[in-house]
Ligand binder design. Structure first.
Ligand code: FES
Length: 181
């Protein structure tokens, strides 16, 4: 065997190992490159923002239609979107809206703060009554009697071009503290 053959025989296994490692690395790299978009496609839209109710102000009623007695106005969102879908014209709830003695517009949620039934306005008694457990509230929302631990929940509003715009908020039922649900 010639002298110069020895190193060549010794290098052959090294070359094979190198090629094996290089092939594995290349294959692995291609696999990861192809897998990342596939995994992100499968996970989409996990982690996206989930919207359960509209926070957009809702055009409720003209100010000139309001008097001292409250008017019940159903509130509907033009669209409610979450990470997966979009639903149009969604009923959210209702507001009782009136003008007080000073002419200021006030809006109250129609949801009873006790356990979430809908309150109705009793015109002769000029109070809101809940049919479920007999909570009663004054026309300005103040708690009068019954198990509700807090007044009716006021809703944020703005007036624009003579229209009342209400922002719907669903508050947590029960308790004396007013927290968004
Ligand atoms: S839900 Fe209104 S009094 Fe109970």
């Amino acid at each position: 065997m010639a002298d110069d053959d020895e190193p060549r025989e010794g290098r052959a296994p090294d070359r094979r190992v190198f090629l094996k490692v290089a092939t594995c690395a290349l294959g692995g790299g291609i696999g990861v490159a192809a897998g990342v978009p596939a995994v992100s496609y499968l996970l989409h839209p996990v982690g996206g923002r989930t919207v359960t109710a509209s926070t957009e102000p809702i055009d409720a009623i003209a100010v000139r239609e309001l008097g001292l007695d409250p008017v019940r106005v159903p509130l509907r969102a033009r669209a409610v979107r979450d990470a997966w879908s979009s639903t149009l014209d969604v009923p959210l709830g209702a507001a009782w809206i009136r003008r007080d003695e000073q002419g200021e517009v006030k809006a109250l949620s129609s949801v009873c703060p006790h356990l979430g039934c809908a309150v109705a306005f009793n015109q002769p008694a000029r109070e809101f009554r809940c049919p479920c457990h007999d909570s009663a509230f004054a026309v300005d929302g103040q708690r009068q009697r019954g198990p509700s631990e807090r007044d009716l929940d006021p809703l944020p509003l703005t007036i624009e071009k003579g229209r009342v715009l209400i922002t719907w908020v669903r508050f947590r039922a029960g308790g004396s503290s007013r927290d968004p649900a």
